[in-house]
Design a protein around this ligand. Structure first.
Ligand code: SF4
Ligand code: SF4
Length: 363
């Protein structure tokens, strides 16, 4: 386990220059809305890091969150940071197994007590301790043991953050999110099915640099990444605003790249950074590939009806709203627009999802 090399030395060994580290830090600082001065502080701190201890526990999950993190196709600063910090215990990625793996976890909890970061993916089944165990220890007990000495707890993915698929009705295992059990530690939720890898790495970089979590919203999500809806930043938004919607996945509207709202897109009520950071190194995201957002980073997204049913029907496109305003008089139309604007501004400030009524301007 002992490894004296710093992250800076490891990066140099792997051909990553300081300039590339600075590039990563300036990106991370921009994502996290940090001042420009934070870039060099972040780079110097990360460079000097000597393998900060991270314990990663996987409970009721599909391993998609770990898959997402390890899918990059070329070595990157992000991967190397993860490689450097995720070795103490991660039963999917670690080389050790059986008693040796559990001994590594015990050792990390003892040696780095009060300093290690605890990352958790998956929900915790409360229905029966036997539903999910690791080395004979049930998930609830292992979470309590590992959280006791952690500096902070990071719930990675929608299962850990909100219960996710295991908690979908009728919730046969009695699954709960990590936040239902951890109340005495700094906790951050990074939802998504899976979450965007860059978001996880940026949150880790922030904690490792400043010793604290970034600013959170009321659902414990980092505001920098979950402060706006997918719809707010979607490049198809001008079509939504003009009332131009694809009616099927192969019609002329779909070919023209029109809005996917009528095909079930949940972007208007989903808060995530997919439309800005995108996936696979910024190549694309689901809506750019022609499919609506499923709302995977929101609580209960499995129970919110069909992925292909529109949020409400019929939608009132811009033309219809104008008609309503004309019929009711210009004053009523202006009042409705003002109310909608106010609701949207308030939702934005509070970083809470808009309701469909607020979105469409229903008084
Ligand atoms: S409804 Fe979906 S496709 Fe349409 S603008 Fe909003 S996020 Fe984009
Ligand atoms: S576009 Fe929506 S469903 Fe797709 S990954 Fe982003 S939040 Fe999840």
């Amino acid at each position: 386990m002992a490894n004296p090399a710093t992250l800076g030395e490891t990066l140099a060994e792997r051909g990553i220059t300081r300039r590339q580290l600075l590039q990563f830090c300036s990106l991370a600082a921009a994502w996290l809305a940090l001042p420009a001065g934070a870039v060099r502080a972040m780079a110097s701190t990360l460079e000097r890091l000597r393998r900060p201890s991270v314990i990663w526990l996987s409970f009721q999950e599909c391993t998609g969150c770990t898959e997402s993190l390890t899918r990059a196709d070329s070595p990157s600063v992000e991967e190397l940071i993860l490689e450097r910090i995720s070795l103490d215990y991660h039963h999917t990625l670690q080389a050790a197994s059986g008693k040796a793996a559990e001994a590594a976890r015990d050792q990390a909890m003892a040696v780095d007590k009060g300093r290690y970061l605890l990352l958790v993916d998956g929900s915790v089944p409360l229905g029966n301790p036997g539903y999910s165990t690791i080395a004979g220890v049930d998930n609830r007990t292992m979470l309590a043991q590992a959280a006791a000495g952690a500096a902070a707890v990071i719930a990675v993915g929608t299962c850990a953050a909100f219960g996710g698929l295991p908690m979908a009705a009728p919730n046969p295992t009695g699954a709960v999110p990590v936040s239902a059990l951890i109340h005495d530690k700094p906790l951050i939720n990074i939802p998504g099915c899976p979450p965007i890898p860059a978001v996880i790495v940026a949150v880790l970089a922030h904690f490792l640099t400043f010793g604290r979590l970034p600013e959170l919203d009321s659902q414990h999500r980092p505001r920098a990444f979950y402060g706006e809806s997918v719809h707010d930043r979607c490049y198809r938004r001008p079509f939504y605003d003009r009332g131009l919607f694809a009616e099927s996945f192969d019609d002329e509207g779909a070919r023209q790249g029109w809005c996917l709202f009528k095909l079930g897109c949940k972007g208007p009520t989903t808060f995530n950074a997919c439309a800005t950071l995108k996936w696979n190194g910024g190549v694309s995201f689901p809506i750019q590939s022609g499919h609506g957002c499923l709302g995977c980073s929101e609580a209960k997204f499995w129970d919110n009806g069909s992925f292909y049913a529109p949020l409400s029907t019929p939608i009132r496109p811009a033309m219809t709203q104008a008609g309503i305003a004309l019929a009711a008089g210009a004053a009523a139309g202006a009042a409705m627009a003002a109310r909608t604007r106010r609701a949207r501004e308030q939702a934005k400030k509070a970083h809470r999802p808009l309701t469909v009524d607020e979105l469409e301007g229903t008084p």
